[in-house]
Design a binder for this molecule. Structure first.
Ligand code: NAD
Ligand code: DAU
Length: 356
């Protein structure tokens, strides 16, 4: 097989969207290494599970024998690392898995990549890329009048999740600097869209609304996030992989700052229109203000001018069109939702919201 790339975490939300869009847009083979934690779901990849260009392997990025075997067998020209524990609230309840996968797992993966890359021919070495998918949360929290995060912003991670991602970013940077490994890092803002596990704000609110449950808004709901449609993020990663300069960092964002409460109200408005409540009332009636997240970051915003200037990427979807598509997708895919909501999901809901 030629021209193969390896992705890790390709059964998760962004990873699965990336695998699907890679096959649609590039049509080239992709090896997908995923541990299938609670957040990984092969149902998301149903349509490509028998496509010979998609090779799924269940495994851990921290398992060197497994990763080395994959590199030996498929000889990829790139590795894109999505695999991570990704939910801030879970990291507050139990940080260990975050250190294990995001820090140690990334370290083991980098070691395998370094060993593999060292043995490549000089042409192959030049072509090779390791792209690390990271987050804007490593930069901490902004005040209302601060400029958005740029690639030069200081790292100031506030949660165990963002601290573990920051540690992995530093390791990636160091492997570029010390060993000359051709690394790329992307720091992206909040994604939304189809296939997102219903523990994150947007899918949780859609699903709770439809089930006539409370819509739990943390604190005063005035926290700001910069929302990006997931397929726009996937396009940005493809473009950075092809056009990014090794050792560079690219911030990716939607130029779309929104307060949480406004996001929840928009979701209610769309559902009122697309699937009105039987009693004729608005879904807004289900909104409840609950105890805030400890250490809750107040505002994130990304300055995405570098990637636009150097690589020519900018988001295509507006928040209005993207949110409508997303609500529609969940309305049509409640079977997927029910399947990913196992016993482990129910335990989580009880742990996070039971005493709020
Ligand atoms: P997700 O939680 O939906 O998916 C993570 C995937 O990684 C799952 O399929 C899981 O099974 C897999 N995984 C976890 N540990 C693993 C391990 N040790 N080995 C192999 N696979 C493992 O996450 P997501 O929202 O799709 O995020 C993907 C990446 O993008 C993460 O690195 C995250 O930090 C980053 N990111 C996410 C967002 C967002 O808004 N969701 C924004 C910016 C950056
Ligand atoms: O900024 C990028 C990051 O965005 C990614 O790195 C993370 O992987 C991803 O989970 C996301 O982190 P957030 O903490 O911003 O996302 P979350 O969906 O958990 O929460 C979004 C906002 O909504 C946040 O301010 C907390 C709030 N919230 C969340 C939930 C789940 C609520 O008010 N109520 C809720 O029930």
């Amino acid at each position: 097989m030629e021209d193969v790339i390896v992705v890790t975490g390709g059964a998760g939300f962004i990873g699965a969207n990336f695998v699907l869009s890679w096959l649609e847009e590039e049509g080239r083979a992709i090896v997908n290494l995923d541990k299938l934690t609670y957040a990984g779901n092969l149902r998301s990849l149903e349509q490509v599970m028998s496509d010979e260009r998609h090779i799924f392997i269940r495994g851990d990025i921290g398992d060197r024998a497994c990763v080395e075997g994959i590199f030996r067998m498929y000889r990829p020209w790139a590795v894109v690392n999505f695999a991570a524990e990704s939910h801030v609230d879970r990291s507050i309840h139990g940080p260990r898995d975050f250190i294990e996968t995001n820090v140690l797992g990334t370290f083991e993966l980098l070691e395998c990549v370094r060993a593999y890359w060292t043995e490549l021919s000089s042409d192959e070495k030049r072509r090779f890329r390791f792209l690390h998918v990271s987050t804007d949360e490593v930069y901490g929290s902004l005040h209302p009048n601060d400029p958005p995060f740029s690639e030069e912003s200081r790292y100031q991670p506030n949660s165990p999740y963002s601290a573990s991602k920051a540690a992995s970013d530093h390791l990636v940077r160091a492997y570029g600097h010390t060993y000359g490994l051709p690394v790329l890092t992307t720091n992206c803002s909040n994604n939304y869209g189809p296939l997102q596990f219903p523990e994150k704000l947007i899918p949780l609110m859609i699903v709770n609304a439809l089930e006539l449950k409370e819509l739990p808004v943390y604190g005063d709901g005035q926290q700001i996030r910069d929302w990006l449609y997931v397929r726009d993020h996937c396009a940005a990663i493809r473009m950075v992989l092809r056009g990014g300069r090794p050792s560079e960092v690219y911030n990716i964002g939607g130029w779309n700052e929104m307060k949480n409460l406004d996001v929840v109200e928009r979701i209610c408005g769309l559902l009122d229109e697309m699937k009105p409540r039987a009693d004729g009332k608005s879904y807004r009636e289900q909104i409840r203000f609950v105890k805030d997240r400890p250490g809750h970051d107040r505002r994130y915003a990304i300055n995405a001018s570098k990637i636009q200037r150097e690589i020519g990427w900018k988001p295509k979807e507006t928040f209005e069109s993207g949110l409508r598509k997303t609500v529609e997708w969940y309305l049509n895919n409640m079977e997927w939702v029910n399947e990913v909501r196992t016993g482990a999901y129910r335990d989580w809901i009880e742990k996070n919201y039971g005493s709020r």
